[in-house]
Design a protein. Sequence first.
Length: 240
Amino acid sequence: MATSSAPESVPEPTSENVSEKPVDDLAAAEPSPALEADASASSGAAAESAQPTVVFVTAPQPPKKRGARGVGALVAVFSTGVFAAVYAALVAVIAIAVRGISLQEVVSSLSAPAYWLPVIVFFLAYLLLVVIVNRAGWWAHVLGGFIVAVVVWVGFVGAAIIAAGAVGGSAAEVSAIVVQQLTNPLGFAAAIAAREVPIWVGGIVSRRGRTARARNVEARASYERELAEHRATVGGTTAV
């Protein structure tokens, strides 16, 4: 006699059985914050190490040229005093020996514009000459002395004409005064003094110019050596 067996009952899944495993899997799959921080730090360090490092190298600067203008300006001031003394001596000799003027009158005439204006003109003319020739040799002061002499003579003639009252006079009076001052021996004395003084003191400026030229050559050679070493160090060409 066959007996029928009742089907076995399958246990229904409970909420505890269903939710246990997925929760564990999610917890295992989700990365921890510490691991994320380590990964970010390592990736940042790798990126920084991959970037090239820029190093700025300063190229040597070319040297500034030295001149003799500073010394020349001092010499121009000194030479103006020498010119004033020489010119005053020539004025005294001409006034006493040629014109028979007393020494007291000569001393009083040294305060007139006809004396001081050539002195001022000499200072300005010789200072300009020193600035122009700069490091040139003594020959520049010898040749430039002619120009200074002409300028000083013109300054004397102009001052003497004004002092003689030619301004505002008639044409005949002005013409006579101009001719008289053009041949005035004091004007020639001023020109002679202005011609000689640059020759006497020009050697001081030219000596300073020679020293400046030698130092400029030495500084340029040193700069070229430093620039060559710099180019060899950086491995490229540096613009000067």
